[in-house]
Design a protein around this ligand. Structure first.
Ligand SMILES: *Cc1c(COP(=O)(O)O)cnc(C)c1O
Length: 374
């Protein structure tokens, strides 16, 4: 089968291999069959390997939904009665966690800081010192909206020092930037299959400490469908998801994990890095400006400032590139106009070279000058 290849430079879903696409075409199967439970068992244990989580301490729990379901579940399930969650917030994805707290009326501290910078660890520590009722600290590993990488190992260490658990939203790093949950002080992390693992959308998973999940049985229950303990318990009893799983996405994810281990953690990390460097090179050559200091960038997302030439139209440039197989994506900074170029997926540095040829053509076609009035 010949499937058109698109180079997705949006922050997920990512470009997939044809073998992952084709892995979805399988005989119909009822997901309550033992055969399917067996597949999920292997998948759950492979997910632990991706983040070097020891099987005797950590477990992985699968959910049917996009990545945000993990944020919802972790927050609504893991805050004990009478305790607070501290959200270390420097961007749109951490803000999403704050919104989940608001929606469930969970006592929380929104420690908000500049979206252009990493959080201030001294302020995190001071907040923990002043609020002994904080039981959970939460911070996104990589603020996908800007490209800022957060110092989760240090934040996790602070959480533990002050007796709290640490949850990190690793949706946009897992499978791309090596993560070791033990060394990185992460009690709970999460992702969905369509990002770093280069599978399809519809499957999300939380990897976390088994004893904490067991303890959460006695925490306030705030959701029926999205409760971590309930789903964990069902998996332990039956090997199945409580409700219908995304069957075909699970087949694709199993294939994607095979390809992940075949490529190798370090080699994959190096490939993403090479894509990121090619993006910066192309951006520099066109005279485009970026908004985040490369020293704190994840190496997976580059936020590019709109040129100030009145001829510039994101939509026109986007459509020109889209028609030629390249997808670019708007930014997520409310005060500045940016678009994003991301290094996810089954692509390589040559795809980025090809993309910049097309982007340059787009700018010429619409007579857009790359200028900035500061
Ligand atoms: C993509 C992403 C999510 C999940 O977004 P969905 O649209 O629900 O899949 C969550 N957190 C981060 C950091 C992400 O990059």
């Amino acid at each position: 089968m010949n499937i058109k290849r698109n180079v997705l430079l949006n922050p997920g879903p990512a470009t997939t291999t044809d073998t992952v696409k084709m892995a979805q075409v399988v005989p119909d199967i009822c997901p309550r069959e033992k055969e399917f439970a067996g597949l999920m068992k292997g998948l759950r244990s492979d997910l632990l390997k991706v983040v070097h989580a020891p099987e005797d301490e950590y477990t992985s729990v699968l959910f049917c939904g996009s990545g945000t379901i993990n944020i919802d579940i972790c927050i609504n399930s893991l805050v004990p009665e009478g305790k607070k969650i501290l959200v270390v917030n420097n961007g749109a994805y951490n803000t999403r966690a704050v919104e989940v707290c608001e929606m469930y009326h969970i006592p929380h501290i929104n420690l908000k800081s500049s979206v252009y910078e990493q959080p201030d660890l001294k302020l995190v520590e001071q907040t923990l010192k002043e609020n002994p009722d904080v039981a959970v600290v939460y911070c996104c590993h990589h603020e996908t909206g800007t490209g800022v990488l957060n110092p989760i190992r240090e934040i996790g260490a602070l959480a533990h020092q002050y007796g709290a658990i640490f949850i990190s939203d690793t949706t946009s790093t897992l499978g791309m930037i090596p993560l070791d949950v033990v060394k990185d002080n992460v009690d709970f992390c999460m992702a969905s299959a369509q990002k770093g693992l280069m599978a399809m959308s519809g499957l999300s998973f939380i990897i976390g400490k088994t004893d904490i999940i067991k303890a959460s049985k006695n925490y306030p229950t705030r959701s029926y469908y999205c409760n971590l303990y309930l789903q964990y318990e069902f998996f332990e009893k039956t090997g199945e998801m409580h409700f219908t799983p995304p069957v075909q996405t699970i087949y694709a994810t199993i294939q994607a994990l095979k390809e992940y281990f075949a490529e190798g953690e370090e080699a994959k990390f190096a490939r993403h890095r090479a894509i990121y460097e090619a993006i910066h090179k192309g951006v520099d050559e066109l005279g485009l400006k970026t908004v985040i200091d490369p020293k704190i960038e994840s190496g997976l997302v580059v936020s590019v400032l709109y040129p100030t030439d009145p001829n510039f139209s994101f939509e026109k440039v986007h459509d020109y590139c889209y028609e030629r197989g390249f997808t670019i994506y708007p930014g997520k900074i409310s005060t500045t106009n940016t678009f994003r170029l991301c290094a996810l997926g089954a692509i390589n540095a040559n795809d980025i070279k090809d993309f910049f040829v097309v982007l340059k053509e787009a700018l010429e076609t619409y007579n857009i000058k790359v200028t900035y009035n500061d």
